[in-house]
Design a binder for this molecule. Structure first.
Ligand code: ADP
Ligand code: ZN
Length: 817
């Protein structure tokens, strides 16, 4: 009988691909094992076995596989099922889901290797000097990699040389696979076996009596071995004996010491654990009880608890219970980098059992978390991570906590799979018969709606821990303040007064402005010209710190011109303001106070966030200016005042969710004030202080906000009432994107009629030199999702078979947020 496997390739193919395997291979291959397979003309890919079967493909001749890469599956069955759900729900390929899931190191890549062409008659006289060097090297070595060639020739650009050698048939190229994961090895030392006998040892010490430093190293090693009774690290020995690494190395070279390596885990936790979790107060206990009883017949519960009500401590109790049953908990956070505080808190309680899956982790760190989970290690019982951690190989999942479940960053925009981590995690939990707890002070309309309709359980926590009152919120009318000249820069007199008082009392301040840079628009007051990005349809933002104009869409930057590029006058002025400008103004207003800034520009690098958060926690900074990064669940103890510099650009954002988002952002940033002992204060500056949303924020009236927004969503057919799928077409040619999107929309309208909107240019209609056009499909509550998606894919496929549309990029985004 013939044997076959269907595999997932790490490229966007609509179907799994079939390969032929031998009888022997069929004995060892299982779903979840990696194989190297040939694909196309010369590519070799790492593929993942999906099924083993006996049916030859009908459309093509199955090739044989290259190599089996694992002894046992590195992907679990639940993962494969979950991936299939993601691919079919979010309309993408399994290969795309696999790419998003597996650490890169697992997806071996082809690397070009150069071999001598042994059949060729080479005329050495015809070779250039560089070419000859390579040719000669290949007489001694069977193959060379690009890097080797670069070393031999001592230059970077070697491709032209290689190309010419290929043309002259001197060499040929081969794609080869290589493992990218390198285990972290730690250096240890012990006494060289040469000296292990008592006698030899005495000799040695005598010999070393003239080298006191080296002697000291040996003696220290003995005493460490005696007291620690475990292998001694080179670094520890150096520290303990005060000797340099060079001295230790000299001893190793002399065969006095022997060096050896042990592979260690990069993700080791060093610190004290075993703090006991806190005793809950009555309201928390009540909430915990209610969550547990609702879990008995609901798989999802929404916990709506005001900011600083102590939700985290409730999660901790639930995690403790999972650990008692030896089950895993996944704790999802919107942005892991922002949450060092929380990681610290959980490690205090659960120590080593906490694994953090960090978006800024290196590939190797990711591999270690993955391997620990596959091995059901004790180090992978509580997994904290951002959205992609739900793609890890869980074995025994009992609970998923989605903290700050309303956060937009749970949705992946680019590249595919464009999944929503909250929704995908509910599906994941169901695969394990596990429970999902959604937590937020400002739930998404989706989740609240589901709770209202009894699809989810629902628990409320209405008071802050310690019964501190919710912060007092004051709305400041900017139009009035400007008219009466009560503004200094972008600060109203009220905000300045409150800031002065707060600082006087020794408390800290957070200022929120949802724009980074100094100023989003530069305008010439003479001719009105304002510098635009050459690649995108937006104006350039001025960044004073670097004296640059930057595009926030493509990263283009140029030096700030001294005079207007159009008319040449030196009358350039700034319009609008970002965090940089606020920081500048604060420095002038409060010159003897320390100001910090937290936005994309100041938080790059692996520890970017930590540094700023720590400085603020340690009170090295009095006033922290930032973008929405400030809103995500941070718990600072000494913040008494929060200032929202301008609420209007949030409210006026062109998106059907703008009002919901504004409410959430403002309520969350307000929630950073007065969390521990004293009631906090919030000042919101706006031209439109009577706006419903601002009124609702200031009275902490989520319920009314929800009702009003839901009415709108009903009336205008938007989520959570209708579902939406957004289809974006991109092309560098303006006309092409127009014809293509007209074609696409027309086909959709034939099926879905008036539930198709567009095509329309978005507010920024050109990004990175590509024109964009959007089509929005609204799906009524009763319409079958499956059939809808099938119809879309049919249209999509015929679209792609039109020759002139082939170069148009189409992005399908299900449940676009
Ligand atoms: P939330 O997640 O709801 O915003 P947190 O869990 O961060 O609230 O709690 C707010 C503050 O109150 C934190 O500093 C936390 O340590 C403290 N806290 C919450 N519950 C308790 C408790 N039961 N005992 C002592 N402190 C608590
Ligand atoms: Zn740009």
């Amino acid at each position: 009988m013939a044997h076959f496997i269907d595999v997932i390739l790490p490229i966007p193919l609509q179907k799994a691909f079939t390969y032929h395997i031998t009888e022997a291979e069929s004995q060892v291959l299982k779903p979840g094992i990696r194989v190297a397979v040939p694909f196309g003309k010369s590519k070799i890919y790492t593929a993942l076995v999906l099924v083993v079967h006996n049916n030859p493909p009908t459309a093509y001749e199955a090739k044989t596989i290259h190599q089996i890469l694992d002894e046992s599956p590195i992907v679990t069955e639940q993962q494969l099922q979950h991936w299939q759900w993601i691919a079919s729900y979010y309309l993408c390929s399994l290969g795309e889901v696999m790419r998003a899931s597996l650490p890169n190191a697992f997806l071996l890549e082809s690397e070009t290797v150069i071999h001598a062409n042994t059949n060729a008659e080479v005329d050495e006289m015809q070779l250039q000097d560089d070419e000859f060097l390579i040719y000669e090297a290949l007489q001694h070595q069977s193959s060379l990699k690009i890097d080797d060639i670069s070393n031999i020739l001592d230059k970077k650009k070697v491709l032209p040389v290689i190309k010419s050698l290929v043309e002259k048939s001197v060499v040929h190229l081969q794609e080869e696979l290589y493992e990218k994961y390198t285990p972290k090895l730690v250096r240890y030392v012990k006494l060289h076996p040469n000296h292990s006998s008592e006698e030899k040892l005495q000799e040695l010490l005598e010999l070393l009596s003239r080298a006191p430093k080296q002697r000291q190293v040996i003696l220290t090693l003995f005493s460490m071995e005696a007291s620690l009774k475990k292998p001694i690290k080179v670094s520890d020995l150096a520290k303990e004996s005060g000797a340099s690494n060079a001295i230790i190395k000299a001893l190793v070279d002399k065969l006095v010491l022997e060096e050896y390596h042990i592979q260690i885990d990069r993700n080791t936790f060093e610190g004290d654990s075993n703090s006991d979790s806190k005793d809950l107060n009555e309201a928390q206990l009540e909430a915990l009880k209610s969550i547990k009883s609702q879990f008995e017949n609901k798989s999802v519960v929404l916990l709506h608890g005001v900011t600083a009500s102590g939700k985290t401590e409730i999660y901790v109790k639930l995690i403790e219970e999972q650990l008692l049953q030896n089950k895993q908990t996944l704790y999802l956070l919107p942005e892991i980098a922002l949450t060092t505080q929380l990681v610290q808190r959980l490690q205090d309680y659960f120590g080593e059992q906490v694994a953090v899956f960090h978006s800024r982790y290196s590939g190797n760190e990711r591999v270690e978390v993955w391997n620990n989970m596959l091995a059901e290690s004790n180090k992978a019982k509580v997994i904290i991570g951002a959205r992609s951690s739900l793609l890890l190989p869980f074995k025994n999942l009992g609970l998923i906590i989605v903290d700050e479940e309303h956060e937009q960053s749970y949705k992946q925009f680019d590249p595919a799979p464009r999944y929503h981590a909250r929704d995908a995690s509910i599906v994941l939990a169901n695969l394990f018969g596990a429970k999902t707890l959604l937590g937020s002070a400002t739930p998404s309309l989706e989740s609240y709606y589901n709770a209202k309709r009894n699809k989810y359980g629902f628990v409320e926590l209405k008071t802050r821990f310690n019964n501190i009152l919710m912060p007092e919120i004051e709305l400041v009318d900017l139009a009035d303040k400007y008219k009466r000249k009560r503004m200094k820069g972008h600060f109203s007199d009220r905000l300045i007064e409150e800031m002065a008082e707060t600082l006087e009392q020794g408390f800290q301040i957070i200022l929120f402005q949802n724009r980074r840079g100094f100023s989003p628009i530069i305008e010439c007051t003479t001719c009105g010209h304002s510098p635009q990005c050459p690649n995108c349809d937006v104006s350039l933002t001025y960044h004073q710190y670097r004296d640059q104009l930057r595009c926030h869409y493509c990263g283009y930057n140029s030096i700030m011109p001294k005079s207007c590029e159009a008319c040449g006058n030196v009358t350039l002025d700034t319009k609008g303001f970002g965090t940089e400008q606020i920081e500048e103004e604060v420095k002038v207003l409060f010159p003897d106070k320390a100001v910090g800034r937290m936005d994309l520009d100041t938080t790059r690098g692996k520890y970017g966030f930590e540094k700023i958060i720590n400085a603020f926690e340690q009170r090295e900074v009095d006033i922290l200016v930032g973008t929405q990064m400030l809103t995500k669940g941070l718990d600072f103890r000494h913040v008494k005042l929060v200032g929202i510099m301008n609420a209007d650009n949030l409210l006026n954002f062109p998106d059907f969710r703008a009002h919901e988002r504004s409410y959430q952002l403002m309520a969350q940033v307000s929630g950073r004030a007065g969390r521990t002992d004293l009631r906090g204060k919030v000042i919101i500056q706006s031209y439109n202080p009577h706006h419903n949303i601002l009124q609702q924020v200031s009275t902490n009236d989520y319920e009314t906000m929800f009702k009003e927004q839901l009415d709108d969503r009903h009336n205008f057919k938007y989520p959570p009432v209708f579902r939406i799928i957004k289809i974006t077409l991109k092309h560098k040619d303006y006309n092409r994107v127009n014809t293509a999107s007209d074609w696409y929309a027309k086909s959709l309208k034939q099926v879905f009629k008036y539930n198709v909107l567009g095509p329309e240019f978005p507010p920024v209609s050109r990004i990175r030199n590509l024109y964009l056009k959007n089509i929005l499909l609204k799906i009524p509550p009763k319409q079958s999702l499956l059939q809808t998606k099938e119809a879309i894919m049919k249209i999509h496929n015929s679209f792609q078979s039109v020759k002139e549309f082939r170069s148009v990029r189409v992005i399908i985004d299900v449940d676009n947020y």
